[in-house]
Each structure stands twice: as structure tokens, then as C-alpha cells.
Design a protein around this ligand. Structure first.
Ligand code: HEM
Length: 178
């Protein structure tokens, strides 16, 4: 298969816009559990932004599976190639799991799942305090895993850009002839 030199435009737009949205979500999430004053408005933002991330993650996964991706440098050590692929799939998993768990835990807790403009999403789980009691801490723990994976991903991107000075950062940062 002919591999392109860059990620396609949709992949690049989704990568950078979702990076901003997910970082914002981590801080909004942390903010709403430490601030009584801003808890309600932050939660009102957290729910719809999280569902938007879920929808964008589905589009992004479909695009990732349907379109060929640029290759990693041929001389990259096998362990680094493995780490790159493993962390990318972990990020996809967490981009889907975090919002689904948020939605599921509110459903299990019997809370309304309010979006903007008075729209409510349906519950995706039956009411169960026990299930809520499991999903609520899971949402918090996976947020730390997501944050740590994002930091590792950022570190790797800068390593490629500034230390190895190879083509990897540019594959996501700019377009150009395929
Ligand atoms: C990428 C998506 C998401 C990320 C990164 C994210 C992140 C977070 C973080 C960091 C926290 C604080 C956790 C803690 O300190 O224990 C949190 C809490 C919470 N999240 Fe999310 N979240 C996402 C999606 C969602 C969605 C879609 C919903 C609901 C529809 C949701 C509902 C909640 C609720 C209800 C809390 C707890 C509020 C509380 O008990 O004070 N989250 N989230």
C-alpha cells in the first residue's frame, strides 16, 4: 500500500482541535470537583463538551481505520515503534471510554444528562447506586491515566521535533503533497 507523507486534513484538524478540547475537559473536570462556587457552570460545560468529544472520537477512529497513515521512520528502534502504536491506541480507547463512562455513571446515578439548550440525553444504564459507586472513581482514575498518556505523547512529539529532528512532528503539523 502507498503510504502518504502526512496525515490527511480531517485527521490533522481533529487531532489539534481535540487536543485542546480534551485538555480543557481535564481542567474543567478537576475544577468542578474542587470548587463549590463554579461546580454547576463547569459541570454544565463538561457534559456537552464530553459528548462532543465522544462524537468526534468516533469520526476520528473511522477516518483512522479507513485511510492509510504516514509511516514512522524506518530507523526508529522497535521498542519506540511499539510504544508509539500502543500509546496511540490507548489514547483512542480513552477518548471513547472517558465520555461513555461519564454518561454511564450519570445514568446509573439517576442524574439528568443535560446538554445545551435544555436537551437531555437518555440514560444508557439502569439506575444503580452500586454501579455509580464503581464508575465514579473509574472516571477519576482514567482521567489521570489520560493525562499521563497525553504528557508522554507530548514528550515523544517534542523528542521527534527537537532531538531526532525527523519527519514525525511535521506529519501531523502540516499538510503538503502526499
Ligand atoms: C473526554 C471526556 C472527559 C474527560 C477528559 C473528563 C474528565 C473528568 C475529570 C478530570 C473529572 C474529575 C475527576 C475527579 O477528580 O475525580 C471528571 C468528573 C466528572 N465528569 Fe467527566 N470527563 C469526560 C467526559 C464526561 C462526560 C461525557 C460526562 C457526562 C455526560 C462527564 C461527567 C462527569 C461528572 C458528573 C463528574 C463528577 C462531578 C462530581 O462528582 O463532582 N464527564 N471528568
Amino acid at each position: 500500500m502507498n503510504r502518504p507523507r502526512h496525515f490527511n486534513l480531517l485527521a490533522r484538524v481533529l487531532h489539534w482541535s481535540m487536543a485542546l478540547a480534551i485538555l480543557a475537559m481535564l481542567f474543567v473536570g478537576a475544577g468542578m470537583v474542587v470548587s463549590l462556587q463554579y461546580r454547576a457552570p463547569l459541570l454544565d460545560l463538561h457534559r456537552p463538551l464530553g459528548i462532543a468529544i465522544l462524537l468526534l472520537a468516533i469520526v476520528r477512529l473511522a477516518n483512522r481505520l479507513a485511510r492509510p497513515t504516514p509511516p514512522l521512520p524506518a530507523d526508529l528502534p522497535a521498542i519506540q515503534k511499539f510504544a508509539a502504536h500502543a500509546s496511540h491506541w490507548l489514547l483512542y480507547g480513552l477518548m471513547l471510554a472517558m465520555p461513555l463512562i461519564g454518561w454511564a455513571m450519570l445514568s446509573a446515578g439517576g442524574y439528568p444528562i443535560k446538554m445545551f439548550g435544555g436537551v437531555h440525553l437518555p440514560a444508557i444504564l439502569p439506575h444503580s447506586p452500586e454501579v455509580y459507586g464503581m464508575l465514579r472513581p473509574l472516571h477519576g482514575v482514567l482521567a489521570y491515566v489520560l493525562f499521563a498518556t497525553i504528557l508522554a505523547h507530548l514528550g515523544a512529539a517534542l523528542f521527534h521535533a527537537w532531538v531526532r529532528r525527523d519527519e514525525v512532528f511535521g506529519q501531523m503539523a502540516k499538510g503538503g503533497p502526499q
